[in-house]
Design a protein around this ligand. Sequence first.
Ligand code: URA
Length: 214
Amino acid sequence: MTSPTSAVPTPDCDLCPRLVEFRHDNQAKYPDFFNAPVPSFGPLEAQVLVCGLAPGLKGANCTGRPFTGDYAGDLLYPTLKTFHFATGEYGARADDGFELVNCRITNAVRCVPPQNKTTGPEEKACRPFLIDEMKAMPNLKAILALGGVAHNAVIQTLGLKKSQWKFGHNARHELGDELPILFDSYHCSRYNTNTGRLTEEMFHDVFRSLCEEL
Ligand code: URA
């Protein structure tokens, strides 16, 4: 049996002019960084897809692995390990040997945006890659959206209406027959954890809900 595959943006993807310009600036400024659309991480056979926002400049955009080297990864990866979705030691490097189990991680937008902020057209341009990601996961049962942008990207990618499916922390959305269950969490960003909007306990509660689904 052949393994499933998903379509990925090419390293020089030119769908978003602002992100291409930022990539070129970063290639000049940080020549040792990955500086390209960051591919998803984890097995396509997984039941769970975690969807983040976009790579951080000096994190995933540097290492080439989602959330790796980003502050947000310092909460996400240990949490995945606690809930048995990962093995090995997370070392904030793409070659740390850390592996995901029954879980895959992607981003709503694959390229690093200036000031960590994506635009509507960029989110739309990247949607085909999210569609392919979902289609390439034959056992997909649940999606965990980290933050409102990821939530809306999943909803719109599935052809559903944003107005009917509102983001809510620790919400569980039954989107319809044959569709994965969508869980939401506040993004595990530095801002959200520093301000107390998201605590480790709150994040773990979301993972407890997710695990009950599997
Ligand atoms: N934040 C995200 O949402 N995704 C990453 O890959 C890194 C940080």
